[in-house]
Design a protein around this ligand. Structure first.
Ligand SMILES: Cc1cc2nc3c(=O)[nH]c(=O)nc-3n(C[C@H](O)[C@H](O)[C@H](O)COP(=O)(O)OP(=O)(O)OC[C@H]3O[C@@H](n4cnc5c(N)ncnc54)[C@H](O)[C@@H]3O)c2cc1C
Length: 239
């Protein structure tokens, strides 16, 4: 499959291309599916970091359709990882629903990275949802001793595979409803309690685009969280 103009731009930015082969599939919950893959040489070539993600190329009626997905438990030695798909409308979700061992998908890697916050944070402040759960889990794994408060927007009642430790992690679930307003309201109210000394925290936001934009502006402008203590990236866009 050609990758169209997006592929051409990625090439300009020196994206690296790989082919992943499906080795297994597990329906974790009604709306959450895990596929395992061999990595086509990716991990040996590029190594791993927390929240590492790739751009997968799906076929949308003959047109290339590129979407970000996060590597779960990358195993460098065996060249393998999983990807967890939050299921909703869309080509990527649809592909994952029927993918079976032996299926191959193309991927480009460009734009992923992780800058370790220095000094190490005394608390992680995390805002996300099912699409960013794999990244949230990898972030929590990367800071095994650090307490975290997680505001998690849910779209359904699924019991998702959270890697939270009830002693160190405070998981606050918020139903999404129509437009994400509940998440904004709760985070606006509660986040300020944790950001009085912003150099001691690390804020990580990966939610729907409008919510991510609003909360990023709130944290930076109203709470004074400096750029180096926050990472924010929209993971999906509501129609
Ligand atoms: C860095 C990065 C890493 C990501 N990692 C993961 C991951 O590991 N697992 C994962 O599931 N997603 C992940 N995402 C999000 C994923 O790329 C998007 O959800 C993407 O839009 C899915 O593509 P699609 O073709 O299925 O749907 P699209 O064609 O993009 O959208 C189709 C319809 O579905 C809606 N939609 C899209 N995404 C969602 C959603 N998450 N929840 C509810 N409705 C949605 C849209 O509003 C639209 O109406 C990541 C995104 C980024 C940027």
């Amino acid at each position: 499959m050609g990758h169209g103009w997006e592929g051409a731009v990625l090439k300009l930015f020196r994206a690296k291309d790989f082919k992943f082969t499906v080795t297994g599939a597990e329906q974790v919950t009604e709306h959450y599916r895990r596929l395992t893959f061999t990595d086509g040489g990716l991990l040996a070539a590029l190594g791993v970091h927390p929240t590492m993600w790739v751009r997968l190329w799906f076929d949308n009626d003959g047109r290339p359709h590129q979407r970000g997905y996060t590597l779960v438990d990358p195993d460098v030695e065996n060249g393998a990882f999983a990807i967890e798909f939050a299921l909703h409308d869309g080509c990527a979700s649809d592909w994952s629903r029927t993918a079976k061992p032996g299926d191959v998908i193309e991927a480009s890697v460009q734009g992923t990275g992780f800058t370790e916050p220095d000094p190490s944070p005394e608390r992680l402040l995390v805002v996300g949802d099912a699409a960013s759960l794999p990244a949230i889990n990898s972030l929590l794994d990367a800071f095994p001793e650090t307490p975290a408060t997680i505001w998690f927007e849910t779209a359904d009642d699924d019991e998702l595979p959270f890697r939270v430790d009830p002693i160190r992690h405070d998981l606050r679930k918020i139903a999404r409803g129509e437009d994400g307003a509940a998440l904004l309201e709760q985070v606006r109210e509660e986040l300020p309690h944790f950001t009085k000394e912003p150099e001691r925290i690390y804020l990580w936001i990966a939610a729907e685009a409008k919510s991510t934009r609003a909360l990023t502006a709130f944290a930076r402008k109203e709470l004074g969280v400096p750029k180096q203590r926050a990472h924010t990236l929209a993971y999906w866009r509501a129609a």
